[in-house]
Design a protein around this ligand. Structure first.
Ligand SMILES: Nc1ncnc2c1ncn2[C@@H]1O[C@H](COP(=O)(O)OP(=O)(O)OP(=O)(O)O)[C@@H](O)[C@H]1O
Ligand SMILES: [Mg+2]
Length: 278
């Protein structure tokens, strides 16, 4: 009996926490001769596979932070560590706000662009692009040019291009901000579906608190300029998520309300700053 009770008393195995993919320490960014401070002392740890969302008022430094993560912009101060799990894959792919497709290339060629730039064999390119275009429902539009697509379809091609490139980290800067509500809702579902299948680390910028809560595992609210962390919020909703059902839960409304309260102060401060600049 003693043995049994000792066995029962053994601690349950705990889940191994995911290793950190991105660590920022004291990251600052200044611009120009005046030393304008865009990002002011940001510390973040993002585990592998996390869907990390950044919200903050216009001009608070969100894009600057993302561009530093992408390696498109240097740090003025601080350190950034990106832990690679598979150096044969690209470190990151970025999905930009608005249109970033090449207008002279077909849907297929746009989606294949990153893979071809990396010199991936053409048979593998074709297989991967077909898979991702099928997953997002655009395979039959593969020979069209961007001007022959709706805005929502163009954004889907941008997303396919990023996923097909198979990066470790996806960086998304307000990818849906130009879309109407219906398109956004469908794209939220599609993005969640394909992300849940791949579990890539995502850093996603948005102005929309609804979008942040719908998609994210964790949300960082940034202060008005200069941009710092104001709050870090865990999103407790399980996955896979059904966008429509999620939005009907009272807990969803409570979380959106709480984040809005944090954000409202900063939006007002950003507006006051802008008035002061006039
Ligand atoms: N290359 C640059 N040179 C000088 N200032 C810059 C540069 N890039 C950004 N800034 C300034 O840094 C601040 C942060 O800009 P950023 O684009 O990161 O803001 P944001 O939070 O992405 O805003 P939005 O929500 O409107 O996209 C702004 O005041 C912007 O004018
Ligand atoms: Mg921006």
């Amino acid at each position: 009996m003693a043995v049994v009770s000792r066995l029962n008393a053994q601690p349950k195995p705990t889940a191994v926490p995911a290793p950190m993919q991105i660590s920022l320490r004291g990251v600052r960014k200044y611009f120009g001769a005046s030393g304008f401070v865009a990002v002011d002392g940001v510390d973040i740890d993002i585990p592998q596979g996390q869907f990390f969302v950044i919200v903050g008022p216009s001009g608070c430094g969100k894009t600057t932070l993302l561009r530093m993560l992408a390696g498109l912009e240097g740090l003025s101060e601080g350190t950034m560590t990106i832990n690679r799990t598979d150096p044969s894959r690209p470190e990151n792919s970025m999905v930009f706000q608005g249109d970033s497709l090449f207008p002279w290339m077909t849907v297929f060629d746009n989606a294949a662009y990153g893979l071809r730039m990396r010199g991936v064999p053409e048979t593998d390119v074709r297989e991967s692009v077909q898979l991702w275009l099928e997953r997002i429902g655009l395979w039959r539009f593969r020979d069209r040019f961007p001007s022959q697509l709706s805005g929502g379809m163009r954004q889907r091609v941008s997303i396919v291009r990023a996923f097909a490139n198979d990066p470790e980290i996806l960086l998304m800067d307000e990818p849906f901000s130009a879309l109407d509500e219906q398109n956004k809702m469908v794209l939220h579902e599609e993005l969640l579906r394909i992300w849940e299948a791949s579990k890539k680390t995502v850093v996603f910028i948005t102005h929309s608190v609804d979008e942040a809560v719908t998609l994210g595992d964790r949300i960082m609210v940034m202060t008005a300029n200069p941009g710092r962390e104001k709050a870090m919020i865990d999103v407790p909703f399980p996955r896979p998520r059904n966008v429509l059902e999620l939005r009907h839960q009272p807990a969803y409304g409570d979380l959106v309300f709480n984040i809005w309260e944090q954000l409202r102060e900063e939006v007002q401060r950003a507006r006051a700053n802008a008035e002061g600049d006039k």
